[in-house]
Design a protein around this ligand. Structure first.
Ligand code: FES
Ligand SMILES: [Fe+2]
Length: 408
């Protein structure tokens, strides 16, 4: 533990700013959380349909390659040559018969086994690797992988339980409401760097309080409002959360009276973005799941997106958005989802607001490490609620964080 940080007295009601700013705390998070017993989002299975297809990404701070190593087999290896440590694969996507490092041409199978070392036995009886060199002990570092209904997850730890157990049965149910086994197809990507601590993104989606206030677009057009029937669910350890809501009407009432930015006269030139169809069972129109620590699974009306968090030091993270559709959707539905994707991403009508307030948060924390944020909206309990005027899911996440990090 660094700098003898202590947690504020009002345990669940406060989050100290040093959790967002201290480089030593950040390093410990990378080790204990990102490389610890947690499943991390890698990508969608449909991004690599053919044997040899690969996608590169980053888990925690480590570059990895997700590759289809067999018709029904996906391998995730660290993108780091066993010879001299190069991040040898620089492309974002591609197809290869084997994985080759350009420096000295060491070749690895699609499963990461070392299959070729040029001049291993020397040249003209000179040089070469020592006799005890064992290729089988010098493969790429392979991660544990699970595919769950089209999404690929990996973990660095042997201690991590199965993915389903990691979610818990309630969250498995939330997960399979959208990821129900139907084949997925990518519609497109967005990427952005947000200059704020990675946890702020998790908090943002565990914070229904802001959604009905900050987001003029949501409130004005009735996509997410505090007066709608809604709920917050948290897993038993407090780390995963879901915000559930039902779309309402565009109207003025006590909720909009508290929202200074409500614009009753706001109209859309092209209203097709609000052409929403009910497609999932139940009356919920929004299900925003945070899977700790690496991803947000978004279902906001007909827009379906995974949002991967890639931490980059205490004060920034990269945010990778993958907008997807079911492969067997009609072309009309695919177009509808693509249009609704304009709500999200770096310049989205809604999500641009979140990127900004996360940046503003970090600006407030950095010069005042010893101060603390207040998270007592809805009380001090960590509980599932049937309303959204609460910060309970944020309290849940820090309760778990403190246990893992040793600040309990
Ligand atoms: S560093 Fe990769 S082959 Fe030498
Ligand atoms: Fe938001």
């Amino acid at each position: 533990m660094s700098k003898n940080h202590t947690w504020p007295e009002d345990g669940r009601g406060r989050v100290p700013f040093w959790v967002y700013t201290d480089p030593q705390v950040y390093r410990e998070e990378i080790d204990k959380i990102w490389y610890g017993p947690h499943w991390l989002y890698v990508g969608l299975e449909c991004e690599i349909p053919n044997v040899g297809d690969f996608k590169t990404t980053t888990l925690g701070e480590r570059p990895v390659i997700m590759v289809r190593s067999g018709v029904d087999e996906i391998t995730v290896v660290e993108n780091r040559c066993a010879h001299r440590g190069l991040k040898f694969c620089q492309e974002r996507f591609g197809n290869r018969q084997d994985l080759l490092c350009p420096y000295h041409q060491w070749a690895y199978s699609l499963r990461g086994d070392l299959i070729g070392v040029p001049f291993r036995r020397g040249v003209k009886k000179q040089g070469g690797m020592p006799a005890d060199f064992d290729p089988s002990a010098n493969g790429l570092h392979r991660l544990r992988v699970e595919e769950a209904n089209g999404v690929v997850w990996a973990t660095f730890s042997d201690e991590t339980p199965s993915f389903r157990e990691y979610l818990g049965e309630r969250f498995w149910k939330h997960y399979t409401r959208v990821y129900d086994g139907r084949k997925l197809e990518v519609l497109g990507y967005n990427r952005q760097r947000i200059p704020g601590n990675w946890k702020l993104m998790q908090e943002n989606i565990k914070d229904p309080y802001h959604a009905g206030l900050l987001h003029v677009f949501f409130v004005t057009f009735g996509l997410f409002r505090a007066d709608q029937k809604s709920a917050v669910d948290i897993d038993d350890l407090g780390r995963h959360g879901i915000l559930i809501s039902r779309k309402g009407e565009k109207e003025q009432n006590e909720v909009t009276a508290d929202m200074r930015q409500f614009k009753s006269d706001l109209v859309l030139n092209d209203p097709r973005i609000l052409d929403v169809v009910q497609e999932f069972t139940g009356e919920e129109t929004v299900g925003m799941i945070t899977i700790f620590p690496s991803v947000i699974l978004q279902q906001q009306v007909n827009s379906l997106t995974t949002r991967q968090i890639v931490p980059s030091g205490p004060g920034a993270f990269d945010f990778h958005w993958t907008h997807w559709t079911y492969a067997d959707d009609s072309s009309e539905m695919k177009q509808r989802r693509t249009r609704q994707a304009n709500l999200f991403g770096p310049a989205g009508f809604v999500s641009a607001d979140d990127g900004e307030v996360i940046e503003f948060s970090q600006q407030g924390f950095s010069p005042s490490e010893d101060e603390a944020a207040l998270v007592t909206m809805g009380g001090r309990e960590i509980e599932c609620t049937d309303h959204m005027v609460t910060e309970t899911a944020i309290r849940g996440m820090y309760d778990y964080w403190r246990k893992v990090m040793g600040y309990a």
